[in-house]
Write a protein that binds this ligand. Structure first.
Ligand SMILES: Nc1ncnc2c1ncn2[C@@H]1O[C@H](COP(=O)(O)OP(=O)(O)OP(=O)(O)O)[C@@H](O)[C@H]1O
Ligand SMILES: [Mg+2]
Length: 245
């Protein structure tokens, strides 16, 4: 069993005493502290509107914190623009799916390799790696993405994000709107990313039961602040407590 002391020894991403908001003087996050351990899945849970997505947007550089710090591999990234955070290995899959529905599956994947598009060999390798991860995408590579099922579109999106070869992945509600079966697939795939591809994951999720199954460590937020944290195994019995709005 994982214990508290196994954690916080090898932090990839840290949000330190973070205050973030959309308007001046109105902070949604009010002193949030999160540490994400290497090759683990860290889940951030909490009711609607507590600021989970806001935390991910700040980590990716879409929102500038009013106070506090965000560290990647121990270094502050506050002054680093999003595209440079990507070069440092950070990737983000937002809550709202963003595949290009009119393009084929393969074209969507190619777009993920935009920064190294001139290196055709690398683009090809990364696409093939995705086909290995998601065999169904290989089968449907010529198909228009909008014709795929919701789960498959999610895979295209995740695959496209993985083209950039991230080592730290921010994922916001990856299974929202998916059937139970497709959700299982996505969660399995996320677990495989940590074990097979050495990717570290910060997962925001409303599917508490599922998230607890795949997460190693869990943070529960309340109104932009930390409420509870601990190894996922310790949360199973307490699950109901976190539903309280
Ligand atoms: N673009 C925005 N402009 C202004 N306020 C926003 C914006 N996005 C979110 N908010 C507000 O910030 C607060 C936190 O929103 P956020 O999306 O981070 O919550 P969440 O925990 O991700 O919720 P959910 O579980 O519903 O996705 C909410 O009160 C929301 O209304
Ligand atoms: Mg959200």
């Amino acid at each position: 069993m994982t214990t508290m002391s196994d954690f916080h020894t090898d932090t990839v991403l840290e949000m330190r005493d973070l205050y973030v908001g959309y308007y001046k003087d109105l902070n949604i996050l009010q002193g949030l502290n999160i540490k994400v351990q290497r090759n683990k899945i860290t889940a951030v849970l909490g009711a609607n509107g507590v600021g989970k997505s806001t935390a991910l947007r700040a980590a990716f550089g879409f929102l500038r914190p009013n106070q506090g710090d965000i560290l990647l591999e121990g270094e502050s990234i506050l002054d680093i623009a999003t595209y440079n955070r990507i070069l440092k290995g950070l990737a983000y899959i937002p809550q709202q799916p963003g595949v290009f529905k009119d393009m084929s599956v393969e074209e969507n994947l190619e777009l993920g390799g935009w920064t190294f598009r001139r290196d055709k060999k690398q683009v090809r390798e990364k696409i093939e790696a995705n086909y290995e991860r998601f065999p169904i995408l290989k089968e449907k590579r010529k198909q228009i993405t909008g014709e795929l099922s919701g789960g498959q579109q999610r895979m295209v999106e995740i695959g496209r994000t993985l083209m950039a070869d991230p080592n730290m992945l921010l994922v916001d509600e990856p299974t929202a709107g998916l059937s139970k079966m497709l959700s299982e697939e996505v969660y399995e795939m996320l677990t495989a990313l940590t074990s097979r591809d050495d990717i570290t994951i910060l997962l925001v999720d409303q599917e508490i039961r599922h998230a607890l199954k795949i997460a190693d460590y869990v943070y529960v937020l309340e109104l932009g602040r930390n409420k509870y944290e601990g190894p996922a195994t310790e949360f199973e019995d307490l699950e109901k407590a976190f539903w309280v709005a």
